[in-house]
Design a protein around this ligand. Structure first.
Ligand SMILES: Cc1cc2nc3c(=O)[nH]c(=O)nc-3n(C[C@H](O)[C@H](O)[C@H](O)COP(=O)(O)O)c2cc1C
Length: 496
């Protein structure tokens, strides 16, 4: 409760000075006046609901985080795009001299291939995977309620399907990681029966198998012991106060073929709900091996979420971030081309995550091969994150990335849910307006020619010229020379 000490001292000081002014001399009002005003300010900080950080740190929160407003909106100075540092002056989207009227209703993307019996209409921007554990229960709930208000989806993250994910009525993508939290046998394996029961819940719209993520490809991810309270421990089936380690590999498969067969099994257990996987692409050959397995087994995931190496995390060695795996642009283009090359692109939707924060980010990613996008850190800002950099300590001043109930209580769920909804709505609206200015009404109308990169002084190239774009089935018919070696080496029975 040291957080409230400054306010307490000010209130005491104000009381003493006021008493002295009344009893001793009117001069004391010179001290009592400012102290009373400061005390009022502090009490107001404590009672207001807009800024969690000043609720948690009355008075001092103003000094330490003076510029962070409660919510991201439009393209203001606190726009999440600024946080993500994503303003690439080397690229621009191509406007049209024949713009069209922006679509009234934001477009949605139907996710569900031929083996899916319960397709889901995904919004253009959704809440990316963040577990209850990395985030507080209130942050999870606020994101979920925001998703329900705005009719978009929240990915649960690999920490399991908690009651907080289910309380707000939002659509869920249930993520299963290597720890199989939420559907885990006592020895840490995958429990089919428990999975099937939970996947049947109406809130669960899709199932996502996490292979890797941008900030931590191929590494253990660790939830620090300080964040493992009773509820998290119960949720994940682990001891209280001890770090939770998600192992680097899955126990349920060890080859690309086994992976796609496992995906098919998951979809079957989930009653035909869309089932896919998330990865940060490491090598083209490895992903091609998965595509070969899809083609060989006649099994496709309903979606693939590509995470860029620039992605964030609640639980990874800092050294990994941004240093392993393909950045989102490269990863997306690789996955899009590989699926197109094996003739499966029309069956598999591609999601993209990695510093997506603004409308133009969405459109850029659509041009590069995505069908929809997810945002994690921008959504954290929407629920009040002040970028204090203390996620791993459990002492988040905004109540977002903490398991300390006294800190989390500062996050006002209903208010933050509205911010989440507003942020998503405005950002998608911006994307739709940008597309309209480019002469495009639907994402399907975007082509690689719509994005241009400056490649040198006075020189520029569109993505259509910069990258190779494979025609449907081209790898099967005869791969171009630049793909031939990887295609030949890709083995559906080995990740390589
Ligand atoms: C606090 C936090 C927790 C995360 N937890 C998960 C997780 O459980 N599973 C996962 O696949 N990705 C997780 N991620 C990664 C995000 O889902 C996302 O892929 C990545 O941060 C890139 O998106 P961004 O740039 O919008 O943050 C997490 C990210 C953050 C910031």
């Amino acid at each position: 409760m040291r957080r409230f000490l400054p306010l307490l001292l000010v209130v005491l000081g104000a009381a003493v000075a006021t008493a002295a002014a009344a009893a001793l001399s009117a001069r004391w009002w010179f001290a009592a006046g400012p102290l009373l005003a400061t005390a009022c300010l502090g009490v107001r900080d404590l009672l207001q609901r807009g800024r969690s950080v000043t609720r948690n740190h009355p008075l001092l929160g103003r000094l330490r985080y003076p510029t962070v407003r409660a919510l991201p909106r439009g393209a203001g100075p606190e726009h999440p795009a600024d946080a993500a540092g994503e303003h690439d002056g080397h690229e621009y989207l191509v406007p049209s001299l024949r713009p069209v009227e922006a679509a009234e209703e934001p477009p949605v993307v139907r996710v569900g291939g031929p083996d899916c019996s319960q397709p889901y209409d995904m919004a253009l921007l959704n809440v990316s995977a963040m577990s209850f554990g990395a985030l507080s229960s209130r942050a999870v709930l606020a994101l979920n309620r925001g998703a329900a208000l705005g009719r978009f989806a929240q990915d649960t993250g690999e920490g399991g399907l908690s009651e907080h994910h289910l309380r707000g009525g939002g659509d869920l993508v249930w993520e299963i990681g290597t720890g199989y939290f939420g559907c885990r046998t006592s020895d840490g394996g995958f429990d089919e029966r428990v999975f099937a029961d939970k996947a049947a819940l109406p809130e669960v719209k899709c199932v996502s198998l996490k292979l890797s993520q941008g900030a931590a490809p191929g590494s253990d991810s660790v939830l620090p012991g300080v964040k493992v309270g009773v509820e998290i421990a119960r949720e994940r089936g682990v001891p209280v106060g001890e770090p939770v380690v998600s192992p680097p590999v899955h126990r349920t498969f060890s080859t690309p073929r086994e992976l796609v067969l496992f995906l098919a099994r998951l979809r079957e257990l989930a009653g035909g709900k869309p089932t896919g996987f998330k990865l940060c692409v490491g090598s083209r050959r490895e992903f091609l091996a998965v595509c070969r397995a899809m083609a060989a087994e006649g099994v496709t995931p309903d979606f693939v979420v590509v995470d860029g190496s620039e992605g964030g995390t609640g639980a990874a060695p800092a050294e990994f971030a941004g240093r392993l795996g393909m950045p989102l642009t490269q990863g997306l283009i690789t996955v899009h081309n590989a699926l197109a090359g094996v003739g499966l692109r029309d069956r598999v939707r591609i999601g993209a995550s990695g510093r997506v924060a603004s409308g133009s980010d969405i459109v850029r990613r659509l041009v590069q091969g995505a069908d929809y996008t997810n945002a994690a850190r921008a959504m954290m800002l929407a629920v009040g994150c002040v970028r204090a950099g203390r996620c791993h300590t459990g002492a988040c001043p905004a109540g977002v990335a903490t398991q300390d109930p006294s800190r989390a209580r500062a996050l006002h769920v209903a208010g933050k849910a509205r911010e989440v909804r507003r942020y998503q709505r405005e950002t998608v609206r911006d994307a739709v307006r940008i597309m309209a200015a480019m002469g495009v009404r639907e994402p399907g109308g975007l082509t690689p020619a719509h994005l241009v990169r400056r490649t040198g002084p006075g020189a520029e190239c569109s993505y259509a010229e910069l990258y190779e774009w494979l025609a449907p089935g081209e790898l099967l018919a005869g791969p171009p020379e630049s793909w031939a070696a990887d295609w030949k080496a890709a083995d559906p029975d080995s990740f390589g």
